[in-house]
Design a protein. Structure first.
Length: 302
């Protein structure tokens, strides 16, 4: 359900494909994500179709449910903010929910415009520290270890958007560049893990990508930790930091380490409040030149 200017819209997401048999295993063709939207009390129906094709990826056993990719544009159709942006774009292009017609749109034709809408909304919602609006506390986040290959797209998207918001830039790394950054951590060792923070609907709001230190297998290196900018201030980061030590201890680690930019006071404060202590002197990042501080946490045995 979406409420837009006090008007309620209902939406549903489904998947369809054709199955062909030639005497062997079944073959699936025409994989399509179908997003249906209607306004309460109005006869109109809107259907947006995302069909697989060259350069157009939809869930096919590899990509997660609801994920659609067109070139460098990525959308998660399970996220209400994405559905809202698609609805706004359809309305802007002339769809009238009071018209009784059943309207079908090629979702790919909306994709780039919707990505731009989402970026603009994110920029408008990110204010300087101290001026950011308070969000509703998140009290029902659950943190768990993702299965192998699970939630990589969501984590990569969060990392790209959170990094851009942190640095105050409008350029967000595309999924094609962001995913390998996270995937190389999770694939580097059998002891690597991707920890995800999920809301009650199973939407990923934050993550931590961890691998063992090459020279010290008893120390976990938290390579990336991020919360989606839309959930900043809601307690997701705190829930991640509370759950992280226990998961690391269960995996056999005795210490955790991570790096943080010293010009990112929100992150520094988060880590210090959860017992992480500076280790060594700050050093310039090899690419950005910004000062980084190594933090270390002694873990309690599981």
């Amino acid at each position: 359900m979406l409420v837009v200017d006090r008007v309620t819209y209902r939406w549903s997401l489904s998947h369809r494909h054709r199955v062909e048999h030639d005497g062997g295993p079944p073959h699936y063709h025409g994989c399509t994500e179908r997003l249906a939207v209607r306004r309460d009390g109005a006869p109109g129906r809107l259907e947006m179709l995302f069909e697989a094709g060259p350069g157009r990826l939809v869930p096919d056993g590899l990509l997660h449910s609801g994920g659609v990719i067109h070139g460098e544009d990525y959308l998660n159709l399970h996220q209400p903010r994405v559905v809202r942006a698609l609805l706004d774009e359809a309305l802007a292009r002339g769809w009238r929910p009071t018209d009784p017609a059943h309207v079908t749109l090629d979702g790919w034709m909306l994709c780039t415009a919707v990505v731009l809408r989402l970026r603009a909304a994110r920029r408008n919602s990110v204010a300087p520290p101290g001026l950011r609006p308070q969000t509703r506390p998140m009290t029902s986040v659950r943190v768990q270890v993702a299965g192998h290959g699970e939630h990589l797209d969501e984590a990569a998207t969060i990392w790209a958007e959170a990094t851009a918001a942190r640095d105050g830039t409008t350029e967000v790394a595309p999924l094609s560049l962001a995913r390998p950054v996270i995937e190389q951590v999770t694939d580097r060792s059998p002891r690597s893990m991707l920890l995800v923070a999920l809301d009650p609907d199973g939407v990923v709001l934050g993550f931590a990508a961890v691998e063992p230190m090459p020279a010290d297998g008893s120390t976990a290196d938290v390579r990336y930790l991020a919360v989606h900018p839309g959930s900043w201030g809601s307690g997701v980061g705190r829930q991640l930091m509370l759950a992280l030590p226990a998961h690391l201890a269960v995996a056999g680690f005795t210490h955790g380490e991570l790096d943080v930019y010293l010009d990112n006071p929100r992150a520094v404060d988060l880590y210090e409040r959860h017992g992480w202590l500076p280790s060594g002197d700050p050093t310039p990042h090899p690419r950005s030149g910004r000062l980084e501080q190594r933090f270390r946490l002694e873990l309690q045995p599981a």
